[in-house]
Write a protein that binds this ligand. Structure first.
Ligand code: AMP
Length: 403
């Protein structure tokens, strides 16, 4: 079993932050934008607890974040400026903006900050040094600040200047969002209440082999859906028609099934499917009678019988981890399986199970289902980071904080 060393991480509330200090906070404000406006401010709200705590310390708060992939160049499309009004409204205090995260203007803006005010700095990734984990850039970021608080779980699996090198220049701690992420992920990985059921969907086996292997050392049951399932079914000589298959991963799929068998983990695949002849919004759909998909047809969602079987198992679970949609949920006609699973997991949570939902597309699917994220125990804000954590990897940002 892959085990990660236990890291010693200081919590923001244990840092002894003195009143009126300047605190540099790395947040993940990589929010979705539409026509130059923030279309969903969930990521800003997620940092409220940490920022409000710092405000009780009368701190001057300097926020740094990335947004999108500007590739080391200034690109107005990725400016954090439109976020200012949201930060101000959510945090309830005066929020200033500075058009660079380092340099003279930034230093002046930090020096002019009053206690209990916020300064939002421009996109870290406008500087190529950020993604190169450049030490002198990190030193510049730290200028004029007394402490560093990391609260960007979504960026913690990257060794960047604002997640790694920065920790060399200021006393560090972790914010409440990062604490919550680690608490839930740690709980399901080290001491899950049983039965522990994981549901893994999505497009590719190749993205999730390490996650599947790691989960097989921990779960009681593994449910596989989405396009991934077709590679597994093909590996067992089941006909999958024209469904998406990774032929070069068939051997890996066989090994995973073998490991499940060796570890005594029950592994479930869809026993029927929603199929179409062509992937399009108004496609004519059919529910297969069996696990096999006829020639010329494409599997786009799990079928009705699979939904009932998976529901029965999920409702018996005490711990649930879910990552990846079980169908092409972006198209309404193919979203039933994913949306029903969301409802069933919410029901299981209501009955007392602990549910952890992996980020990215799974959260988008949840939004579509209309179910509030509060109906799950924890919805991770970092898709990539949560998967790497579950794989048992040492996340560079966490390792740096513990040094
Ligand atoms: P991932 O990022 O690996 O979680 O994959 C998410 C993507 O998997 C979504 O965009 C889904 O549309 C896609 N997906 C799920 N089921 C299928 C399927 N049966 N065929 C093709 N794509 C699928």
């Amino acid at each position: 079993m892959n085990t990660r060393p236990v890291l010693k991480l200081k919590k923001v509330q244990d840092m002894g932050i003195s009143k009126g200090s300047t605190v540099l906070v790395r947040v993940d404000y990589n929010v979705p934008m539409k026509d130059g406006k923030v279309s969903d401010d969930t990521r800003i709200r997620e940092t409220e607890k940490t920022i409000k705590y710092l405000l009780t310390r009368d701190a001057k708060i300097v926020l740094i974040s990335h947004l999108g992939r500007p590739k080391g160049k200034v690109d107005p499309k990725y400016s954090l400026k439109p976020l200012v009004e949201h930060v101000e409204k959510i945090m309830g205090v005066k929020t200033h903006f500075v058009e660079d995260c380092i340099g003279q203007d930034c230093e002046a803006a930090k020096a002019n900050l009053k206690n209990g005010e916020i300064l939002l700095c421009e996109n870290l990734r406008f500087h190529p040094e950020e993604e190169k984990n450049d030490e002198s850039f990190a030193k510049e970021l730290a200028k004029g600040c007394d402490y560093f608080v990391q609260d960007a779980f979504g960026a913690i699996h990257r060794a960047h200047a604002s997640t790694s090198a920065i920790t060399k220049y200021l006393p560090c701690g972790i914010g409440f969002l990062l604490q919550k992420e680690l608490e839930y992920l740690e709980k399901i990985m080290t001491n899950p209440q049983r039965p522990f059921v994981a549901i893994i969907g999505g497009a590719k086996v190749s993205d999730k082999i390490d996650v599947l292997n790691s989960l097989l050392d921990r779960v009681d049951m593994l449910i596989i859906g989405g396009a991934m399932a077709y590679t597994f079914l093909k590996a067992q000589d089941t006909n999958v028609g024209n469904s998406l298959v990774e032929n070069e991963k068939i051997e890996d799929a066989k090994q995973i099934v073998l490991k499940a068998f060796r570890n005594g983990v029950e592994i479930l695949f869809p026993s029927d499917h929603l199929v179409v002849r062509e992937i399009k919004e108004d496609a004519e759909t059919q529910n297969t009678q069996s696990m096999a998909i006829p020639d010329g047809w494409i599997g786009v969602d799990i079928g009705d019988r699979s939904i009932s079987i998976f529901a029965e198992k999920i409702l018996q679970a005490k711990t649930i981890f879910w990552n990846g949609p079980v169908g092409i949920f972006e198209i309404d006609k193919f979203s039933k399986g994913t949306l029903e699973l969301a409802k069933i997991i919410a029901q299981a949570t209501k009955n007392g199970a602990i549910s952890v939902i992996g980020g990215g597309d799974t959260l988008n699917a949840l939004k579509k289902s209309g179910i509030n994220s509060q109906e799950f125990s924890h919805c991770s804000t970092g898709g990539g980071a949560s998967l790497e954590f579950i794989e048992g990897k040492l996340l560079p940002g966490l390792e740096a904080l513990s040094r």
